[in-house]
Design a protein around this ligand. Sequence first.
Ligand code: C2O
Ligand code: CU
Length: 788
Amino acid sequence: MHKPQGRIEGGWSAEAAIFLFAGLLAFGTLAWMEALHVNVLAVEVAAGGSHFVRDGLLLLPLSLVAALWAMRPRRRRAPGLLRAAAGTAIAFAVLLAPGAAAHTALHDADEAGVAHADGPGGTAALGMAQESHGLASTLLHGVTDAMLALPMAFLLSLGALALLRRRSERLVLPAAPRRRFVLTASTLVVAGAAAMVPVSGAASPDYPKFSAPLVIPAVLTGQNINLTMAETQEQLLPTGPPTTMWTYNGSFPGPIIRRPTGVPTNVTVTNNLPESAGSMTTHHHGAQTTEDSDGQPSDYLIAPGASKTYTYPGVDSGAPERAAPQWYHDHRDMVTGRNVWMGLAGAFIYDDPVEQSLNLPKGEYDVPLMVADREFDAGNQLLYPSPLLSNGVFGDVILVNGVAQPFHEVGDRRYRFRLYNISNKRDYSFRLSNGQPITQIGTDSGLLPEPVSRTTIRLGPAERADVVIDFADRLGENIVLENADAAFGPGERDAVVMQFRVNQDVTDTSSPVPPALRPLPATGPPVTTRIWNFDRTNMKWTINGASFDPNRVDARPTLGTTERWVFRNTTGGQPHMVHVHLNDQKLVSRGPIGDPQPPPPHERLKETWHVAPGEEVVVDIPFSDYVGKFVIHCHVLEHEDDGMMTQFQTLPSPSAPPHPPPATPGPAGGGPAGGTGSTSKPADRLSRRIRILSSTRLRPILRRGLRFEAAAPVNRATLRASLSVKGRRVASVRRTRLSRGRVRVTLKLSRRGKARLRRLLSVRRRVGAQLKVTAGAETRRLRFTIRR
Ligand code: C2O
Ligand code: CU
């Protein structure tokens, strides 16, 4: 009459208990593992979690065995809880090691690649899908995974066993034959279920490749350009509905701005995006500007409904900037990845006479190709996973100028292509399917000293390559521009970029690429060396161990000097794209940390550097024109948004006043003062009148701060301003200016200041405020009222 077997006191069948226990173990451990793999969980959630369910089911048989082991009938008294839990966890981990290794191998070998590669980011986001694993590393990966899983498996087993023990003193399992049946049957059922989970649901919809023609965005050439950011519909995929995007002037990429260097260009950007998108900021990548035209991450923003005019002087040390394939894109702190993914990017090409004299292919034979990847849902809408996904966001569809894998009809002649990688995270290695060499003539920063013939060209995010491809004698051929670095593996959708159909017989009017193109600019000897470690610190992407803080400055170079900057990637697994605003940089060496190698011929002068794990890139950077704060950051946009960004502040040269920005000529008497030694200017006065430009009502002040205009009295003066209400300071700011003349400053309230102002104005309608501005030895005070 003893039939306690197969039941647990309180009426559960032991099978149910085993399944619950095993399920908890499988899915709980998987969630932990994914969370450990930096935010993969967030991707899973964004992609509907199908891959998570499938992997959890795959783990279930392992955890079933472990659970059975823990609950096996014991002759003598049951072991202590701790020992039972430890035993279960170890059993689970031992089974997991080969399982995880097999799973990795499966990912490597997976022919259905895209379908298997879990949606936006997914394995690719781990940075591991980029390369295939060897056998040793696959096994090692399995063992590491098992070790990582162990603590969580232990905690989960402990919890589950403690709960079950409260039900029954002895956890007794079904008799052996029944147990074997339960195990076999459930394993089969679970495996079947796992196979049926439609993981492909996370991949973008299918479409025929090379079915839509390449599109060239509109070209704007005027001195005064208007860009309007708005939510618009773009036909990115050749089939199905259009995609909702955030664009400049209703196209993705935005219009091509094409301008001569040496003369200023004014670009007025209006933010008509939905208010929920927040403030925006537009950065002209590669340009030298004053700090207020640089598109800073958290300053000089364009509020919803507002406009801002950026001025690009187009000069470097008084001479025209070098012609270069530059671009513009949003740069808002913490959401740049999202904003660019949504479509806020476009080309800005500078031309100059030096380059034009070379008679390279021009007009319709000079084609910008802006390459970006995106992930789509079943309704053709963009999927941007959680901003928590700090490893970087991938998509499985490659777009060129906003068209998925287009074709382009070309003539049998030379073409100049400006290859841009405007992706958030993805690297490409461009090559031609017929093995034909590509002549690289330039980089991010314009023409190389000599052309370089290459068969593959790797570009990381924000890098550009200016190339010439000769289709002479290729009439009738279809040549594919391939990506030899496909994240989802060779043969996959992302291994193909676009197709050239050589179907026109034309005469070539361009000259062959000459053997000498353009000498590098001269730079002085470096006065200091600074090391920038691109790190991972406390689960964040950092530079020299610190996250971005708009109030911190990490270096203060002096205008007129050159510095040697060392970029080191001290993190494992992920490349970083180091981008420095303001001046271009000359490559000194590139190599493993501590083992510098001479610069490769195809990257001599640039502003965006691919720095592989364990690599060190050394550059010389001449600081020429503008005083102010500028950023340096990783151009993997999700790394940047996570905080891999910092600021340097250029200081005025003590010996010679630098060139004033030509676009905003100050009062008479500006320009190079000629002599050396700073002479004090008696006529320098702080302007009488301080003019408040923004609203003086509570709400806008809380939201946007107080903006005012003053005239700085002294060249290279530091201007300090503070705002107080009822005798207490609520905001202050310090600004170092290049030249005298008008200064526009925004005072942002501190958190304390906001609270104080809110408190004061909750009991009265108005409150007296004082704005105090100091420059040089002079101070001005302005009293006004802030109203509710
Ligand atoms: Cu293209 Cu600071 O960015
Ligand atoms: Cu990075």
